[in-house]
Design a protein around this ligand. Structure first.
Ligand SMILES: [Zn+2]
Length: 389
């Protein structure tokens, strides 16, 4: 039901975008995109080894890159974020989690000379374990559950820590539940990640040590999650990341502060919005009227002098993640605090119900309903998850 409403709104956005872009010139800005698994083709998706999420195939990924290049967007790497020109059209590709299947992106990135930023959950790499949402998906689908049921079960688990979720899955599905099935679902190994990180188009970022929904953790544990990932990535690749993608998009003032103290400079959300350039301006259309000036997205420049904003929760990733309701470590919905020193970048995701080009066109538009009403869907989804547990 909720997913149907979301799909309807996204389709409406595509239609509105077509009209908007034929009547108005799009504003400049940075469009950042979030991907997870990448599949060779539909056949791999049908194996049900992983939660297909956005069901992105290599062909769709290529079509996405080609679309934005054709429309004058320049793909940038994270080190260029401080130097983007107001009025310019930029795009940034990101992948979350650290799936080995992300190597499938490389030939496309090389073909179009596009950099990409990969956020790695480092315990998964070191311990060679599956991601919990994939375990839930494959086990429950094998038992006959529908993808919709699995989605709501996953939402309910997101109020827990990863350690609690994994313990529950092992209790339900056996001691081998977290063991990867093959190259489709497994994370990188440390050696593979080392080699991957040496590629000139590859950039790595922090996704916490254990894919921690940070607002479910104590201050001390959240700090440890962020730091452990920083150290692991530095040990594996020789470089300490300056970017973090918050698992599930979940963050709070204290979480952001901790990130800044640990040397991180840019925080990536799963809020679907265009990032304004330069600092302090929003190009997210209708969304702007819902914010206070201090909540405007994307503060340019880095660490030292801003009070980036925030916006509550992750949503483009509703398919994977939503935000936990209550937490010991700050409230997820609170704006980023002044002086936190972390630049915010919001990200769009592609969805599987519409052609890639239609979605790419919609994200260029400055008038999107989906982002505007997203908080409402998520509230509904959480209510549903609570009611079904
Ligand atoms: Zn993630």
């Amino acid at each position: 039901m909720i997913a149907s409403i979301q799909r309807f709104v996204r389709k409406t956005d595509c239609l509105v975008a077509r009209a908007y872009l034929s009547a108005f010139r799009e504003r400049g800005g940075l469009l950042a995109f979030l991907f997870h698994s990448l599949f060779h083709d539909e056949r791999e998706i049908a194996l049900n080894q992983v939660d297909p999420l956005q069901r992105t195939t290599v062909a769709q990924f290529r079509a996405f890159i080609a679309y934005y290049q054709k429309h004058g967007y320049r793909f940038v790497n994270p080190d260029e974020l401080d130097a983007l020109e107001p009025g310019g059209k930029y795009a940034l590709v990101t992948f979350d989690d650290g799936y080995f299947n992300n190597v499938l992106a490389l030939p496309v990135l090389e073909e179009y000379q596009v950099p990409a930023l990969f956020f790695i959950s480092t315990d998964h790499v070191r311990e060679r374990k599956s991601f919990w949402w994939d375990v839930l998906y494959r086990e429950r689908v094998a038992q006959g559950a529908t993808p919709d049921q699995v989605y709501h079960e996953a939402q309910a688990l997101k109020s827990l820590t990863t350690e609690q979720i994994e313990a529950e899955l092992v209790a339900r599905f056996g001691a081998d539940a977290l063991k990867p099935r093959g190259d489709i679902d497994r994370p990188f190994t440390p050696d593979e990640l080392r080699a991957f990180a040496r590629h000139p188009l590859v950039h790595l970022g922090n996704h916490t040590a254990n894919h921690a929904i940070l607002t479910n953790y104590s201050a001390e544990d959240a700090h440890a999650q962020i730091l452990r990932a920083q150290e692991a990535l530095e040990e594996m690749t020789g470089a300490r990341p300056r970017t973090i993608a918050f698992p599930n998009g979940a963050r709070s003032g204290p979480v952001v502060q901790t990130c800044a103290e640990l040397g991180l400079r840019v925080g990536f959300t799963i809020r679907p919005a265009k990032n304004a350039l330069p600092a302090g301006q929003s190009c997210s259309g209708l969304n702007v009227s819902r914010r206070t000036p201090s909540d405007l997205p994307f503060v340019r420049g880095g660490a030292d002098h801003h009070s980036p904003p925030y916006e509550g929760r992750g949503g483009g990733g509703e398919t994977t993640h939503s935000v936990a309701s209550k937490a010991p470590y700050g409230k997820p919905e609170r704006p980023w605090t002044a002086g936190s020193g972390l630049v915010q970048v919001d990200r769009f995701s592609l969805h599987d119900e519409l052609p890639v080009e239609a979605q790419c066109r919609a994200y260029r538009s400055d008038l999107l309903l989906y982002g505007l009403f997203r908080a409402g869907y998520l509230k509904l989804a959480r209510g549903w998850a609570n009611a079904s547990t």
